[in-house]
Design a protein around this ligand. Structure first.
Ligand SMILES: *Cc1c(COP(=O)(O)O)cnc(C)c1O
Length: 258
């Protein structure tokens, strides 16, 4: 059963208390952490309820589901256009669709995907007819779990160096915004601290290089179970599903046109 609007309001208040508390402990401002509402497996009505509670950013794992909910522009309470983040791995043949629907893709992990996205975005109309500028993050498998996608921790730095070697003008339609990871799925949030810290160190190092990495100021890390540790370790985008929308019903994929 989906949450009612009132249930969602209550869950949001509890989550905001967690976020504020973590920010306080870390000596950070609440504004320095963006909340991305992970709406995967929840219907368009849940997205509407979230928007009415002030949500501005949504995360979806699958491109098709993102298209169903976010192809038609939605407006946030603050008058801005709601932003769609693609946070799951995207197959090569779906990159174009992802680039069209997404404002930001968090899960890029190959040079091939970067090259393809640059081509695809150059050919999209964008705001002024000269292509779409797309924000992307590189996913690192910092938790070193076999089942998780993303760059191998031991290869992430070499990968970023390779991107950098292409030169500052190589990807005019892509804005490299930072790194994303999924923490260790042990049920103990502290277990993720080390991989979150690893991610921050890598992100800071490349941000300092400027050039292609001049906008590399984002760290997408922290979910329902480990967002406090992620905030303490510098997360700028937490991706939260369960704490806002309730448990996902994986037997009911969202495939209905909205
Ligand atoms: C599903 C998902 C989330 C949200 O997880 P919750 O534990 O429900 O908050 C965050 N990030 C990614 C990449 C996901 O696939």
């Amino acid at each position: 059963m989906e949450f009612t609007l009132e249930e969602m309001r209550t869950h949001l208040a509890a989550l905001e208390a967690r976020i504020s508390n973590a920010c306080k402990i870390a000596g950070r401002s609440r504004e320095s952490v963006k909340l991305v509402w992970v709406s995967k497996f929840h219907p368009a009505e849940a997205v509407e309820n979230a928007i009415s509670l002030g949500a501005t950013d949504f995360g979806e794992n699958r491109v098709q589901e993102a298209e169903l909910k976010f192809s038609a522009p939605r407006m946030a309470l603050d008058g801005s256009r709601v932003r769609c983040h693609v946070i799951g791995p995207v197959q090569s043949n779906k990159l174009k669709k992802a680039a069209i629907v997404a404002d930001c893709i968090h899960s890029i992990a190959s040079i091939e995907a970067v090259e393809k996205l640059e081509k695809v975005c150059a050919a999209l109309p964008g705001e002024n007819g000269s292509g779409k500028i797309l924000d992307i993050l590189f996913q690192v498998n910092a938790g070193e779990e076999e089942t998780k996608s993303g760059l191998d921790v031991h290869e992430a730095e070499a990968f970023l160096n390779e991107i950098e070697s292409k030169g500052a003008a190589a990807y005019p339609h892509l804005r490299f915004r930072g790194l994303m990871t999924i923490g260790k799925n042990t049920g103990v949030a502290e277990d993720s601290r080390e991989c979150f810290a690893f991610l921050r160190n890598l992100q800071q190092k490349f941000l300092a290089n400027g050039g292609l990495f001049a906008n590399f100021d984002q760290l997408s890390m922290g979910m329902t179970g480990d967002l406090e540790v992620a905030i303490e370790e510098g997360s700028t985008m937490i991706r939260v599903g369960t704490a806002l929308f309730g448990e996902r019903d994986y037997s009911k994929p969202v495939n209905d046109p909205v």
